[in-house]
Design a protein. Structure first.
Length: 330
């Protein structure tokens, strides 16, 4: 729709990611401070249990069954997560001081393990070609480097492995099911820094879902993405790979741009204008809140068509790096 000139051409050609234009520090602008109203004061007797396991978030198609959308976070859940982030940052700071460890990372290469879940060996049964997966990795690198027009982030992605699994009992992948837990428990590889991506047909018209980072790694960690949403897939309007970009954003601790609506802390990033509700298709000029700024319909963390979304903000880039250093850095 004219919002990303030449982007589709670059992606179709499979151009590798550009060199990062900047190296971010955890002090960059845009993140709600750790010592905010959502966090315990320094030196306080902090309750160190992690948030309840409500760490799923999703991307859905227009007209999908919203009742089946994985947990849209409540204000209380966001408050709990933000307090946990503050605790994790203090724990990391104490560890680094005591162990004289390396300074927090400002540039991060993320190893990626892709699990292709298939019903059988046919394309209709989930057997997508390797070329779609490598194109998806290219899209991640372009999106997170700022090559598509948004802010550059600290992150790049390196495909380590494609694991193909034929198991009709896991197909389609049903969000929140016992089968999903069995699948991830058996297949997940690597540590906190390894992105595990599960591809297949999904339940309830979902395009994908993801886990937020936690202090203690568990087998559910990772992202699930509709295989036909990858570049050259058959999911009309959602087949340029931006579902993957969106879900990895959650995995790196971003909320939806419409989190919290027009009030409160919203998505806990200061440079994404408040948005009352998800935006679908590409509603140019949409403005649902009285606060400054049009709705961020071109942001990767909204629900618009792939052809409409092309950017992260500097504040989102900073938030992701802060969370990486708190939760996922070695």
């Amino acid at each position: 729709m004219g919002l990303r000139p030449n982007l589709l051409t670059r992606r179709a050609a499979g151009v590798a990611s550009t060199t990062l234009a900047l190296l971010l520090s955890t002090a960059a602008v845009g993140v709600v401070p750790a010592a905010s109203a959502f966090s315990a004061a320094p030196g306080a007797d902090v309750h160190c249990d992690e948030p309840a396991d409500v760490h799923l978030d999703a991307r859905i198609k227009k007209g999908a069954i919203a009742d089946h959308e994985p947990n849209e976070l409540t204000t209380a859940q966001v408050r709990e997560r933000e307090a946990d982030l503050a605790v994790a940052l203090r724990e990391r700071a104490s560890f680094r001081a005591g162990a004289q460890a390396a300074t927090p990372l400002a540039s991060v290469s993320i190893p990626v393990v892709v699990h292709v879940i298939q019903r059988d060996g046919t394309r209709a049964g989930g057997n997508i070609p390797d070329s779609m997966i490598t194109s998806q990795i290219n899209v991640l690198n372009q999106s997170y480097s700022g090559a598509t027009g948004g802010a550059a982030t600290a992150f790049s992605f390196q495909l380590q492995k494609i694991n193909r699994v034929t198991n009709p009992s896991w197909y389609p992948i049903v969000q929140g099911s016992t089968a999903e837990r069995q699948m991830k428990t058996q297949l997940r590889e690597g540590g906190k820094n390894t992105l595990n991506m599960y591809l297949g047909e999904l339940s309830d018209d979902l395009l994908g879902w993801a886990t937020f980072p936690k202090r203690k790694l568990d087998s559910m960690d990772g992202v699930v993405v509709l295989s036909e949403s990858l570049p050259s897939g058959t999911a009309a309007n959602y087949n340029q790979g931006d579902t993957g970009t969106h879900e990895v954003g959650h995995w790196l601790n971003l909320y939806h741009t419409f989190q919290g609506g027009c009030s409160g802390s919203g998505d806990s990033v200061t440079d994404t204008p408040a948005e009352a509700s998800p935006a679908f298709q590409c509603p140019t000029g949409r403005d649902t809140c009285t606060t400054a700024g049009l709705d961020p319909i071109t942001n990767f963390m909204d629900y618009t068509y792939d052809s409409c979304m092309y950017q992260f903000t500097p504040g989102q880039a900073s938030r992701m790096l802060t969370a990486w250093n708190a939760y996922r850095a070695a």
